[in-house]
Design a protein around this ligand. Sequence first.
Ligand SMILES: [Cu+2]
Length: 689
Amino acid sequence: MQRGQRVVLSAALGMVVAGASTVWAADPEIDKLLQSPVGKDWVTNGGNLTNQRYSTQKQIDTSNVKQLKGAWMTRLKGSGFGGKYSFEATPLVKDGIMYIVTGNDDVFALNAKTGEFLWERWSTIDQKLTSVCCGWDNRGLAMGEGMLFLGQLDANVVALDIKTGKEMWKTPIEVWQDGYGITSAPLYYDGIVYSGITGGEYGVRGRLTALDAKTGKILWRWYTLPAPGDIGGESWPAGTDHYMRGGATIWNTPALDPQLGLIYFSVGNCGPDYDGSMREGDNLFCASVVALKAKTGEYAWHFQEVHHDIWDYDAASPALLFDTVINGQPRKGIAQAGRTGWVYILDRTDGKPLIGIEERAVPQEPRQKTAKTQPFPIGDATVPQCAEPMEGYERAGCIFEVFWEEPTLIQPSGVGGTNWSPMSYNPDTGYFYVPGTIRTSAFARYGDKYKKGKQYNGGTQAAPIGSTMSGTWSAIGGNTNKIAWQKNVPYRVGGGGGSTTTAGGLVFHGDPGGTLQARDAKTGELLWQFQTGFGAEATPMVYEVDGDQYIAIAAGGNQGVGSANGDAVWAFSLKGQLNPLWPPPPPATVAGPTGPIVDDVDTVKIGDNNVEFGYFPRRARVKAGTAVTFTNAGDTPHTATAFENGKFGSWDTGVLNSGESKSVTFDKPGSYYYICTPHPWMYGQIIVE
Ligand SMILES: [Cu+2]
């Protein structure tokens, strides 16, 4: 199709079909699918422009879902298979072909009916990237104008020929050596590719970048950290350039309302994450939902979920558009599931709360320059918001509790609540299906000097040794913000895989223990589960080929949760013949180092065996007086830093770059726990006898 061809598109956002609007479109077919309820094809990460992840397919329903079996399973030739990776991408399907991207940014086209390979494109990205904060990951693809679009960990946006996988253009939107990367799925609409950027843990300046889909030329950038004089610029300390390194990155796919002409996205944490002492003010647009004019990038509105964030409480899960009725009035809604554990429900025309969000006074810590008030949505949180006291910790509190250098236990943890995982919305029930992580953080601040391209966290949020971790699945009413049903589950969810819902009355989601699960959308009852053999930590999707409905999910684990690695894509149908695989090793439910104790070890390798985010051995027993050498055998800078009752640093290797070593002598008998400060989910233990 030619750019500029005149076509008629129907508006089909949610329940409102507002007639036809005439527009110019570069890819009329894709633009129409993007604006329509999801049917046979699934052409963008969130299903369509709303990010609702709701499919109108209903061949598979509550009565027959128990008969689902594997139609096919394809292993992606070892791509993204290893401990350093997460596999979170949602496959796309168009005209019987599936497109999937792995944590190594490799893209595969498969026959969606059989799983056979059609083409593959290996990214050949540099394996020594030092800007990957939270596992090697790619959340998905976009398509349009005969191309597939992806963002890479090396901060390039790439277009591939959808028929062959051949590279059409490649645009660096930043320099990875300066701390930048891309993990979000881009959004394609009306000739423009929109991409987020990562680096909130590296002192970067976040932004949304719009590129011309045909050429890859950058059309505009909208910085999430305003300069002095820009809207929001007054929320940073006057006379400083901290806004140049304050984080506020974009982890996930935007949503777009063509009628309002607005694009919407969630913005991540402030940097440095846990030290607010040098950035007095609300620090816009950290931890916010932002709306821009989709064509020009002009500011429309914002809502900040957490003022002056010091808890790493990103808005990381994708913003979702939905239509609802409140007090008899039809309303245009937008919702976002925060790491705080709340769903923020707003009017998408102006960003005002739809149900009510109160500014309430919160605890104060003058050294952290804490905000006087924080927004409290009226409604229910999906996870506990107060930490249990633990022996060895003097301070414990609820959400927005403050901390300085004394470790302080707080729930939700710094990873949520809901982290990167998408929720879904079912217009038939009016519920959001929200994944939640139950975990405690021991927050502590330490000073951290900014160095371009290096980790810039200002503290830690490690889970205390011995604290428990689990998850929740909650249905939250779209016009009440109250829990309609809630299920506790054994493993943390919300870090990778989200939910997808269908007109068949079902909610589908993966589980870190390896199963794909189907629940009754009305009641939450678990109706079916199937063991994929690997950590099922991506969001499922739904499509149809030759009259048969399929459910598909990527299964390859999540490095932050520690679920089993893999490189599999599964598709399920009522005609499927494949049986479940054996369960893989389950992820931890208690924080701390796991595995056997290895005796008489004087070397601990960090990041070995392509795991990157782990110590080998994790637990070692040595004689008093032994000098233990810590060697970084991985690619990313790591540390081994003492972690005792949340206090850390009584001994420390400091930052070890790839290949560097440091010895620490342990003279006194006892148990010495340690963590990696940039990756506080890495635990180790030295037992000295
Ligand atoms: Cu590390």
